[in-house]
Design a protein. Structure first.
Length: 162
């Protein structure tokens, strides 16, 4: 709180305002006091309980949630998440890209030359290789299923490209 200047008398020897007569002055709340009260009221009434939390998974706007989804897919061996992981290779966030390629490597045993820290043009080339690989895997899977073979995910025999 700020007390208006007319509220006290000036001590000439020390050049300071003595607030002996403070009750006569107008008291003006500062912005920080008003803001503090508003924040306190928000917290007191439940805060942001009505606000929705951001979605989790590969489509989340929060990078940490996308990374969690990639780690979960690799941990569970969820090969159905490979297209989503390939999509994460185009992320603006280098940590998301790194987690995505590590997850893809764990699921497929290869990187296809992708480097999360490479220049964008080089990453784009590697993403195209991943898209082609995924298309070939999908075709191979559908032809095995139509031939009556078990619908088991295909594993590429190619060694990891690093």
């Amino acid at each position: 709180m700020i007390v208006c200047a007319g509220a006290g008398r000036v001590d000439q020897s020390r050049r300071r305002v003595l607030h002996a007569a403070a009750p006569r002055g107008r008291i003006i709340p500062t912005i920080s006091t008003v803001t503090g009260r508003v924040i306190f009221l928000i917290l007191l009434t439940g805060g942001m309980s009505g606000c929705a939390s951001p979605p989790k998974g590969f489509d989340s706007p929060v990078p940490a949630n996308r990374m969690d989804a990639a780690v979960d897919a690799a941990r569970e061996g969820d090969r159905s998440a490979i297209p989503d992981l390939i999509g994460l290779l185009d992320s603006d966030d280098s940590l998301v890209r790194m987690v995505a390629i590590l997850s893809l490597e764990r699921l497929t045993g290869q990187t296809l030359g992708y480097d999360h820290a490479a220049p964008e043009w080089r990453r784009d080339e590697a993403v195209e290789r991943w898209v082609a690989w995924a298309s070939a895997e999908a075709e191979a899977g559908s032809s095995r299923t139509s031939d009556g073979a078990a619908a088991e995910p295909a594993r590429s025999g190619a060694p990891s490209s690093r």
